[in-house]
Design a protein around this ligand. Structure first.
Ligand SMILES: C[S@@+](CC[C@H](N)C(=O)[O-])C[C@H]1O[C@@H](n2cnc3c(N)ncnc32)[C@H](O)[C@@H]1O
Length: 434
């Protein structure tokens, strides 16, 4: 085993770790996260070799890259001593390679003049290769951590690492910018931001050639990001306007064309999830969604508020045809509770996912009454993650489950229903006052 450093963005620390765990489990890589520190963007992990490091990081969204660790210290003196003690056997291997040095500094930075001095202090490496800033064979990184608010006074550095670049991630190649909603052709008020949509795909373990179903597809944010990782997306939505889009050239299909992944896209259908019409033998590998919670879009299912009135309508005839059998017929809908919808979603996942398949969805919660116990559970789905993105008075949580085999002894529960927690929509519009 060798030590590697993963360099991560400072946002969403919980998501960073969970994403690494998920990718490690996807590729069967044992992962030791004992050095993880929420406050630091540099995470040291032991791995077998560079190939394993490349595999772990290539599709990461919450990491920039992975580097072979050459030394650590709290001061430059300590760092140089550690590089010589730990990595002297590596110096000769890179003696003739073209190379460059780079800096990753957190909460501070060096002036260009002091960077040059620091680079010169690594003279004992005795690299004779050409310095190539554009396309070097090797990149060596000096990683510096300063205490928050010290504005990079070099005497206050708290942690230093020196490492050789092994691989950069999809994030470093600009995947978050590529899927930025501002650049997307077809979006709506419910479209989900690019970064966490991509991360959700990694946590759901969307994989090449595997079918990903979003039952509440809306404008298809999860469908396009799933295709980015090679998934084969299928969506459904109760609202036909979402499915048809704004025009012939501005719809979910045109978004796939924009990203060059139209070949992956199966289709979206207008359908109430709770009256699901997907064939029961259709293999769904992953379910990933953002269920309606009623703030920007209604949570509705097929049915009528007043059953007696609706029964009379069944007899309506239009132009000699039974009205409800006509193609243009728009069926009545009735409001539904989020707690019931989530229960239906877990049940559906337990029936349709293969063993090891994942269900991931975003669930809104009011911050003042959140307890883990309101996260719904199903006896055959193990809860892996419940990760929070916090807003002011409310949060949304990415909840991730894996389908287990019969030997798994889970429990089925619906905390929202049991604790009689009011529907999120109602609390949202009453500004969480009670
Ligand atoms: C939060 S939005 C999802 C937005 C989506 N992630 C996007 O990228 O636009 C929830 C969606 O669920 C749809 N919906 C509401 N009730 C539904 C039901 N019973 N079955 C299927 N879709 C439903 C709404 O029309 C809405 O588009």
């Amino acid at each position: 085993m060798k030590d590697y450093v993963v360099y991560q963005p400072s946002t969403f620390p919980e998501f960073r770790v969970a994403e690494l765990e998920s990718l490690a489990s996807l590729y069967n890589i044992p992962l030791d996260l004992s050095h993880h520190d929420n406050q630091s963007p540099f995470l040291v992990i032991p791995l077998e070799n560079d190939d394993q490091a490349r595999q772990l990081i290539s599709r990461a969204v919450m990491s920039y890259g992975i580097y072979e660790l050459w030394g650590i210290g709290k001061t430059y003196e300590e760092l140089h001593a550690d590089v010589k003690a730990r990595s002297a056997d590596k110096f000769a291997k890179y003696k003739e390679s073209s190379f460059k040095f780079d800096f990753k500094s957190y909460h501070g930075k060096q002036s260009n003049r002091s960077k040059i001095k620091i680079i010169e202090s690594f003279g004992y490496l005795e690299f004779d290769g050409k310095i190539d800033l554009q396309n070097p064979e090797e990149t060596f990184i000096v990683m510096e951590e300063y205490p928050y608010n010290d504005k990079g006074k070099s005497e206050t550095i708290t942690n230093l690492l020196f490492a050789r670049e092994i691989a950069l991630s999809q994030r470093a190649s600009g995947v978050v910018e590529k899927y930025d909603l501002k650049k997307r052709k077809y979006i709506g008020t419910t479209s989900f931001e690019a970064e966490l949509s991509l991360v959700s795909c990694n946590l759901a373990q969307v994989a090449p050639g595997k079918i990903v179903y979003d039952p509440f597809a809306g404008t298809g944010s999860f469908l396009v990001t799933a295709a980015n990782f090679g998934g084969i997306p299928i969506g459904s939505d109760i609202d036909i306007r979402m499915v048809t889009g704004k025009s012939k050239d501005c719809n979910i299909q045109s978004n796939f064309e924009q990203y060059g992944t139209a070949g992956n896209f199966v289709d979206v259908l207008t359908m109430d999830f709770t009256h699901n019409a997907l064939r029961s033998d259709l293999q769904i590998d992953t379910i990933l969604c953002d269920p309606p919670y009623g703030v920007r879009e209604g949570l509705r299912v097929l049915g009528a508020k007043n059953e007696d009135k609706a029964a009379g309508r069944e007899k309506h005839v239009y132009n000699g045809e039974t009205a409800y059998l006509r193609r243009e017929f728009i069926p009545p809908k009735k409001p539904y509770q989020l707690s019931s919808l989530l229960e239906d979603l877990l049940q559906f996942a337990s029936e349709r996912l293969p063993i090891g398949g994942r269900l991931a969805f975003w669930m809104p919660t009011a911050n003042d009454n959140f307890e883990e116990t309101i996260i719904p559970q199903h006896k055959s789905l193990e809860l892996l993650h419940c990760l929070e993105q916090s807003f002011n008075q409310w949060s949304r949580r990415l909840v991730v489950y894996v389908k287990r085999d019969e030997s798994y002894q889970g429990v089925t529960s619906n905390g929202l229903k049991e604790k009689n927690i009011k529907d999120f929509r109602e609390r949202y519009f009453k500004k969480f006052a009670d």
